[in-house]
Design a protein around this ligand. Structure first.
Ligand SMILES: Nc1ncnc2c1ncn2[C@@H]1O[C@H](COP(=O)(O)OP(=O)(O)O)[C@@H](O)[C@H]1O
Ligand SMILES: [Mg+2]
Length: 609
C-alpha cells in the first residue's frame, strides 16, 4: 500500500473538553514524578538556556553601543566578546544537558505505561477481547505510547521554553524601557496565539477529512487486493479502480484544502508579526531620535522580537500535535480503566497439590443474558478418571472448557476443583493446573519448536522433542528442511489443521498438568493418525483427570463416563456399553457414525487431513 503509513496516522480528534485534558495529564504525571530529581534539574536547564538566550542580544547591544562613534575612543570590547561567545554556547549547553537528563525519563514513562496497559489487556476477560478488534487495541497502545513522548517533548521543548522566554523578554522590556513596549509585545503575541489556535482548530477538521478519506481509500485498496481472485473471476478491475479513485478524489480535495489553509495560516501569522515588529521599531526609532535610546537599544528590541517569534512559527503544528497526543493518550488510558470482569478474590488460594477431581454442580451459564447456553449441568470427574462429552455442535461442549478455565463466571451453581470453588482459586494457579488442546488451535508466528515449548517454557530440548514424538509429529517434522526450526506463519497458517492440532497436543503434553482437556483434539486428523494418537492420549489420560470433548464417538468409547449434551443439557450419561444398552440418543449417534464409517470405507474416500 503506497500510503499505508499515512493511513495509519490517526484522524485528528474532536476538541477535547478541558477536564479531559487535565485528567489525562494528571494520570501521566505520576509516571514522570518518579524521577523528580531529573525533572527538576531538567527544568533548571530549561530556565538556564532561556536566560542565556535572552542575555545574548543584551550583550550584543552593549557591544554596539561601545562601538558606536558617539562613545568616542574605539576600543575592542574583549570582555563583552568573550561573554557573548560564552552565552551563545551555554544556550546550546543547557539545551543538550536538559536532553541528556530527560531522555530516560520520557522513554521510561513510555515503557512503563505501555507495559501496564499490556499487562492489563491480558488481565481483561475473553469477552472484552472477543468484542474488540485486536488491531484496534494494539493501535491504541502504539499511538498512545508514541504520543506520551511527543506530548512531553512538545511541552518541554516547545511550549514551556517559549513561555519562559516571553516572560523574560517582557520583564527586561519593562525594567529597561517602559510599559509601552511591554504592551505592544504582549498584544501582538496574544493576537498571534489566538489567531493560530483559531485557525488551527479549523484546520484540524480539514486534516481529519484528509485522514479519513485516506483511510477509506486505503481500506478499499486492501479489500480489493485481498479479493484479487474474485476481481479476476468477475473481470471487474475497472469497477474496482473507479471505486478506489472515487475515494482518492475525496482525498485530493481535502488535501488541497489543507494545503491552502496552511498558506492562510502562515500569511496571517506573518502579518501579525510584521505589524508588531513595525510598531516596536517605530517606538524604538523615535526613542533614538529623541535621544532616550541608543542604537544598541534599537537592535536589542528588534532581536528580542525576531527571537520570540521564531519558535512561535511552529505554534500551529505544536498545538495540533499536542491536542492529538492528548486524545491518543486518553484513549490508551481508557483501556487501563477498562474493568476487569474476572478478578481474583482477596482470599483466593492455590489449587491443592495431588490428584484433583473436577465437579460441575447445577451450572447455569449464558454469554449474553438473553441467551442461556447451559442449563443445570452437573457431573463429576473423579481424580485420574476420564469423562467424555459428546453431542451436536453448538450444544455447549467447548463452553464447559472455557468455564473450567474461568474465562467467564457462571450464572448459578458451582464449579469445583479439588473441592474448591473456582472463584476462590487464584487464576494463575488454576490455569497452571489445566492443560488444553483447544478446538481451534492458533499458533504463534514462530518456529514449531517455540510453539511446542510454549507449553512449558522451561522445558529442555529433549523434552520438547519427546513431546513432539508422542504427538506423532516426528515423521512430519523430519520431512521439513528446517525441521523444528520451521516457522509456522501467522496464526500457524502454514500448517495443515491436523499438524496444528498435533502441535497443540505436544504442547499440552509438555505442560503435563494434573487436569487435561481435549476439545475435539483429533477432529482434523485422518483415521490412521487419530488411532495412533488415541493410544498415546489414552496413556496420558490415565493418571490425569481428563475431560474429552469429541465428535467421533469411537474416540471416547473407553471413557469412564460419557455425557451426551444437547442444547445445553446433559440428556444421557453412562459408560459406552450402558449407553448402547439404553438405546437412546447415544446409541442412535453410534449407529449413524458406524454406517458413515462403513460407507466412506467402501467409497474409498481419502481421509481428512
Ligand atoms: N463468546 C461467545 N459469545 C456468545 N455466544 C457464544 C460465545 N461462544 C460460544 N457461543 C455460543 O454458545 C453456544 C455453545 O458453544 P460451544 O460451547 O462452543 O459449542 P460446542 O458444543 O460446539 O463446543 C453456541 O451456540 C455458540 O454460538
Ligand atoms: Mg466446540
Amino acid at each position: 500500500m503506497r500510503r499505508a503509513t499515512l493511513a495509519a496516522k490517526p484522524p485528528a480528534g474532536q476538541p477535547l473538553p478541558d477536564t479531559h485534558v487535565w485528567l489525562t495529564l494528571s494520570t501521566l504525571f505520576p509516571y514522570l514524578w518518579r524521577y523528580r530529581l531529573r525533572v527538576v534539574l531538567a527544568l533548571g536547564c530549561l530556565v538556564g538556556a532561556k536566560v542565556a538566550t535572552v542575555a545574548v542580544p543584551m550583550v550584543f547591544k552593549e557591544m554596539i553601543d561601545d562601538l558606536a562613534p558617539a562613545a568616542g575612543m574605539l576600543a575592542l570590547p574583549a570582555l563583552l566578546l568573550l561573554l557573548y561567545g560564552a552565552l551563545r554556547f551555554s544556550t546550546a549547553l543547557f539545551t543538550e544537558l536538559r536532553e541528556l537528563l530527560f531522555a530516560r525519563v520520557t522513554q521510561r514513562a513510555v515503557r512503563q505505561v505501555s507495559l501496564e496497559v499490556f499487562n492489563h489487556l491480558h488481565a481483561l476477560s475473553l469477552r472484552f477481547h472477543l468484542e474488540r478488534q485486536t488491531g484496534g487495541v494494539s493501535r491504541d497502545i502504539e499511538r498512545g505510547s508514541r504520543s506520551i513522548a511527543s506530548l512531553i517533548s512538545y511541552t518541554l521543548y516547545s511550549i514551556l521554553p517559549t513561555l519562559i522566554e516571553i516572560g523574560l523578554v517582557l520583564g527586561v522590556l519593562f525594567v529597561k524601557y517602559d510599559a509601552g513596549f511591554v504592551l505592544i509585545t504582549a498584544l501582538s503575541l496574544a493576537a498571534y496565539i489566538v489567531f493560530t489556535v483559531k485557525l488551527s482548530n479549523w484546520r484540524i477538521d480539514i486534516r481529519r477529512q484528509v485522514n479519513e478519506s485516506d483511510s477509506a481509500a486505503n481500506t478499499r485498496a486492501i479489500d480489493s487486493l485481498l479479493n484479487y481472485e474474485t476481481v479476476k473471476y468477475f473481470n471487474n478491475e475497472a469497477w474496482e479502480a473507479a471505486r478506489y479513485d472515487e475515494q482518492m478524489r475525496r482525498w485530493e480535495d481535502a488535501a488541497t484544502r489543507s494545503q491552502k489553509t496552511l498558506a492562510y495560516l502562515n500569511l496571517g501569522q506573518q502579518a501579525i508579526i510584521a505589524l508588531g515588529v513595525t510598531a516596536m521599531m517605530w517606538r524604538a526609532a523615535s526613542g533614538v531620535v529623541d535621544g532616550r535610546m541608543s542604537i544598541g537599544d534599537l537592535v536589542l528590541v528588534n532581536a528580542f522580537l525576531i527571537q520570540l517569534y521564531m519558535p512561535l512559527n511552529f505554534l500551529g503544528i505544536v498545538y495540533r500535535e499536542i491536542r492529538q497526543a492528548l486524545t491518543d493518550i486518553e484513549r490508551m488510558f481508557r483501556l487501563l480503566k477498562e474493568h476487569r470482569e474476572i478478578a481474583d478474590a482477596p482470599d483466593a488460594r492455590d489449587v491443592p497439590a495431588g490428584p484433583l477431581d473436577v465437579e460441575f454442580a447445577a451450572v447455569d451459564f449464558a454469554y449474553e443474558t438473553e441467551r442461556p447456553i447451559l442449563y443445570g449441568v452437573s457431573f463429576r470427574i473423579p481424580p485420574g478418571q476420564t469423562v467424555a462429552v459428546v453431542g451436536q455442535s453448538g450444544g455447549g461442549k467447548s463452553t464447559l472448557a472455557r468455564l473450567l478455565f474461568r474465562f467467564y463466571d457462571i450464572g448459578s451453581g458451582s464449579i469445583r476443583i479439588g473441592g474448591h470453588d473456582l472463584r476462590q482459586i487464584r487464576q494463575a494457579s488454576l490455569r497452571a493446573a489445566i492443560g488444553i488442546v483447544p478446538q481451534d488451535t492458533v499458533l504463534f508466528n514462530d518456529s514449531i519448536f517455540y510453539n511446542i515449548q510454549y507449553g512449558r517454557p522451561a522445558a529442555g530440548r529433549e523434552e520438547v522433542i519427546a513431546a513432539a514424538e508422542r504427538a506423532q509429529l516426528s515423521d512430519f517434522i523430519a520431512t521439513l528442511p528446517q525441521g523444528f526450526e520451521t516457522r509456522v506463519g501467522e496464526r500457524g497458517l502454514k500448517l495443515s489443521g491436523g499438524e496444528k492440532q498435533r502441535v497443540a497436543i505436544a504442547r499440552a503434553l509438555l505442560k503435563d498438568p494434573p487436569i487435561l482437556i481435549f476439545d475435539e483434539a483429533t477432529s482434523a486428523l485422518d483415521s490412521a493418525t487419530e488411532r495412533a494418537i488415541q493410544t498415546q492420549l489414552e496413556g496420558v489420560a490415565s493418571g490425569h483427570t481428563t475431560l474429552i470433548i469429541a465428535h467421533r464417538l469411537s474416540t471416547v468409547m473407553n471413557a469412564d463416563q460419557i455425557l451426551v449434551m444437547q442444547e445445553g443439557r446433559i440428556i444421557e450419561r453412562g459408560a459406552h456399553g450402558e449407553l448402547l444398552a439404553a438405546d437412546g440418543a447415544y446409541a442412535r449417534m453410534w449407529r449413524l457414525q458406524q454406517e458413515e464409517a462403513a460407507a466412506s470405507a467402501d467409497a474409498g474416500q481419502p481421509p481428512p487431513t
